[in-house]
Structures are given as C-alpha cells and as structure tokens.
Design a protein around this ligand. Structure first.
Ligand code: FES
Length: 279
C-alpha cells in the first residue's frame, strides 16, 4: 500500500488557460526523482477522489546549496481534485507519494527531439535540463555518460492561450519550435509536421521522446518507425491506484511477433518504447 508523505504547498502560478503550476516542498521525493517519473498527490481528509491523482515531474527546485528540496508539476483543470487544487494556498499541507514509474531512458549522444502536445510538455523541462547537462537528478546523482549533440523541443497546443511554460524552456542550448492549431503562435498546424521537417533536415534526430494526446503519440510513433528512429512515449493513461493493483491503467504491448500482453502504465511505464506499443 502507498506511503503518502506530507508536503507543504510553496507556491502556485497560472501557466496558461486552465493550466497551473504547483510547487511542493518535499525533499524526500525531490532528491530521488528522475525525469519522466511521476507521483501521486491527494488532499488530506478528502474522500472524493479517495486515491490521489498522478502528476508528472515538471522540475525539481533547489535550495541555495543546490540540494533538491521541492517539486514543480503542471496540471490542467479537468475534474474535482484539479478544481480544488486551484484553491491551494502557500502553507497548506497536502499528501504526496512517489517517485513512481520508470522515467525516460538516457538519450545517448545523437540529437534528441522531444515532442509535446498540450500539458504533455510537463515531463520535458527536467528531461531537457538533464540532457543539456544543466542539472543532475536522482540519488546518487546521475551523470549522463554522453550528452546529446543537439536537444530540441517541438511543442504543439490548440492556441497561444494554451501554451504553458515557454519562458521556462528558454534554456541555454535548447531549440524550441511551437505549433498551434489556429496559427496564433508559431507554425500553424500539427506539431508532427515540425517533426517531419526535422527528420527531413540535415540533422535528423537519433532519439525522439514524446508525450501528449494519444492520436498525436500514435502519429509520432508511425513517423519515427518509418524513419527508423528510436522513439519513447510517455503515456497519459488514467490511473486509479498508482501501485499496480487495479489494472485501470493498462496499455497493450507487443511481446513477440505474434503475441501481446497488457502492461500497467503506473508500474511498467509510463514510458514505453513506441515500437512495442499497440494503439
Ligand atoms: Fe492501478 Fe496502474 S493505476 S494498476
């Protein structure tokens, strides 16, 4: 059964339309969590929902000595818990359990392209900082043996109002390209069109990480498979328990040429090799 820890709300900020960022003080989780992992958050004394909800790490925050003491995560207001979360104030105590899941693999030395749709950008701030050698994560702190020669973020959203955290992604060495459905910011069209352009450019990606709505991830999986590019998807499957007991979070995974099985996103994921997933 999960061991929830008490965490203090440090601050809350509106990032975009219906989208907020919360910062919790929780050194126990902040010092061990890796990019691409997630945690469950719940409100003490509230029985609906009884179990927490999963949120991906946006980034850790450090004290003046460089020790990770806090966690930032982004959320979109979609239900009861997230509606209540918008009222959480600095100093409030909430409950957190993590880190959970597997996180992204190490990208290697070739170019890394991260493809995000909507709130699917949240795993990529910590991932980018790690890939650029700007921050270490985990305990003992993990140093990548080779940094990717180039790191890019391709970020798609419905419109300008829904773009969250563009300022945060202004990192030294990170190329950011944006696509919006209505053309109110960046390229008008799908983020997958930006990916296709990168693949056809002089410096195609060696590795693609992707997180976003399922149709987008399916398209990214198809594009990278055709191009022979290694691709990892972080699934946003709804979860109930978060600890492998309820099977509400399963994904279909190919285990051989003619066999498939279910895998639990909360335990065996949320990051899967795109080649292994059956949509
Ligand atoms: Fe219950 Fe994954 S959320 S098994």
């Amino acid at each position: 059964t999960p061991q929830y820890l008490s965490a203090r709300v440090v601050e809350q900020e509106r990032m975009a339309q219906d989208t907020y960022r919360l910062r919790l003080e929780c050194p126990e989780v902040a010092q061990v969590i890796l990019p691409g992992q997630f945690f469950m958050v719940r409100e003490p004394g509230v029985n609906d929902p009884l179990l927490g909800r999963p949120f991906a790490l946006y980034d850790t925050c450090l004290d003046e000595n460089g020790t990770a003491i806090g966690l930032d995560f982004g959320y979109v207001v979609v239900g009861k818990l997230t509606s209540r979360m918008t009222h959480w104030q600095p100093g409030d105590r909430v409950e957190i359990w993590g880190p959970l899941g597997n996180g992204f693999p190490y990208p290697g030395s070739g170019s890394l392209v991260m493809v995000a749709g909507g709130i699917g950008q949240t795993p990529f701030l910590a991932t980018a900082r790690q890939a650029l050698g700007l921050r270490k994560y985990g305990q003992p702190e993990q140093t990548l043996s080779a940094l990717p020669e180039r790191v890019s973020l391709l970020y798609g959203a419905r419109s300008k109002e829904y773009l969250a955290g563009l300022d945060d992604f202004q990192l030294e060495g990170l190329d950011v390209s944006v696509a919006t459905d209505d053309g109110s910011y960046g390229h008008q069209g799908f983020v997958t069109e930006l990916l296709q352009q990168q693949i056809e450019s002089d410096s195609p990606p060696a590795t693609v990480f992707c997180c976003g709505p399922e149709p987008m991830m399916e398209a990214v999986s198809r594009i990278t498979s055709q191009a022979g590019i290694s691709c990892w998807l972080s699934l946003e499957t709804p979860m109930a328990c978060g600890f492998g007991a309820c099977f509400s979070c399963v994904a279909k995974v190919r285990i051989s040429d003619d066999e498939w099985d279910y895998r639990r996103t909360c335990v065996e994921g949320p990051v899967f090799n795109a080649e292994s997933l059956i949509f």
